[in-house]
Design a protein around this ligand. Sequence first.
Ligand code: WQD
Length: 352
Amino acid sequence: MKKVLVTGGSGYIGSHTIVDLIENGYTVISADNNSRSTPGMLEGVEKITGTKVKNYKVDLCNFDETRAIFEENNDIAGVIHFAAYKAVGESVEKPLLYFHNNMNSLINVMRCIDEFSVPNFVFSSSCTVYGNPDKIPVTEETPRKNAESPYGLTKQMGEQMIEAFAAAKKDTNSILLRYFNPAGAHPSALIGELPIDRPQNLAPVITQTAIGKIPMLTVFGNDYPTRDGSCIRDLIHVCDLAHAHTLALNFLIEKKNKTNCEVFNLGSGDGITVLESIRAFEESTGIKLNYTIGPRRAGDVVAIYANNDKAQKELGWKPRFGLGEIMTTAWKWEQYIEKLPQHLDLSPHLLN
Ligand code: WQD
């Protein structure tokens, strides 16, 4: 069985991807210092798959610690790099923290891929690289525009570094996966999104409002030039996103890539507004949400959603979960952590 190193394996998308990789016959090891995640998430992965995943609790900003993983595992067929800070608002307040953490960890992982000649590399990128697009839906050819936040800038710089690395090192094949808005949870409700302190992203804010952790959801603006005045986004189920990583790795291992640095949009292809997302949650769960309209949030993109034809055609990827299942699985997970936080070995900073 081919071995894959998943960095950020205890994170939201990382843990769901590990489940999918194992279910598709891969052997997985993880590297996660749990600075923004809980070891309990890999317990959930074990409950779902029956497989205990070894986690290297290392700081990927430390080259020697990172290199030791590759020294010990000289049979790594691919690396999937999730480990990064990703809170847009925090990145505006603390840009140097984001440049240090997101760029140094990526550089160290790439240095090891180079030294140990790891043949395949999948990078967790984001639709934020498109900034405020002139035309939607966006395709992979849509030009990158000025990032709206330091977080988005780290994703843009990461993509450019990998493109330059690919041009220099022909025997490493890379894929950049541009996520739209990940949401929902594994149907088992044993793993899901665990925001640190108050969530920023819409989906966990919705479920925390529904369960009463947040008294009132604020819609950040309803005066945008869209069909109902609120922003448009492309929600994609985390399990669909996870499966795309397995398909991307298969694609590289089977040498189906035309170049050694390919880009794919991973979105549902449907744009929905913030108000429509709230209505979808209410209709799927029967729970009325307490919300109010507030001022716009700085840095918000007005409207973006994906043209996902390339991933469908070349990776054979097809999103399976619809909007209703995104909401119901997110809600089931919120209720689970409400009941059993001790199971997830949640340290206080992970409980809001
Ligand atoms: C979506 C919409 C908000 C909260 C970011 C990153 C992206 C990815 C996903 C990592 C916006 C509105 C939100 C709330 C609201 N991150 N909203 N009230 O900003 O599209 O994308 O998260 O993978 O890279 O950029 O996601 O969920 O924060 O916001 O009205 O309490 O929901 O204004 O229009 P965003 P989001």
